[in-house]
Ligand binder design. Structure first.
Ligand SMILES: [Zn+2]
Ligand SMILES: [Zn+2]
Length: 146
């Protein structure tokens, strides 16, 4: 009796491994846990609230003269005096609301300029001359009580 051999001898042929091939070294680096990005702190803008936003106000520039420092150099015209004081040193102020056609020095010379920090942009100042039109524009914009 010829016992039937299993007809198929299953030879598992392992895939040839070329041992000469240098294995790429896998350097497992412990990845540092990514630090969370800084979360910007955002405040909520409130519009239409009754409370006026705190706005830093500078001394008034009266006819070009800082109300705090006064005349700095009597040899200079008054509209340049504020440029010498610590508040506005070297700055060319001009009313934020006057039309472009107006000469800023003339406006400064003839009016009282109210200067504020811009409520939302730290790089800007807002200046308002004492004309009715500009005050109106400013108050409407920032909803300030007169
Ligand atoms: Zn000053
Ligand atoms: Zn103006």
């Amino acid at each position: 009796m010829a016992s039937k051999k299993p007809s198929a001898t299953v030879r598992l042929v392992a895939p040839e491994t070329d041992k000469t091939e240098p294995k790429a070294e896998v350097v497992v680096q412990e990845a540092a846990p990514p630090s969370p990005p800084p979360v910007p702190v955002r405040r909520i803008e409130r519009q239409g609230g009754k409370a006026e936003p705190y706005v830093h106000k500078y001394p008034e520039i009266r006819g070009g003269v800082c109300e705090y420092h006064g005349t700095m150099d009597p040899n200079l015209p008054s509209q340049y005096q504020y440029k010498l004081c610590d508040h506005f040193r070297g700055e060319q102020m001009r009313c934020s609301y006057c039309p472009e056609s107006k000469d800023p020095d003339e406006v400064i010379n003839q009016t009282i300029l109210h200067v504020y920090d811009h409520p939302t942009d730290p790089l800007l100042k807002v200046a308002v001359c004492s004309t009715y039109e500009c005050n109106k524009k400013h108050q409407e914009r920032f909803q300030m009580s007169a």
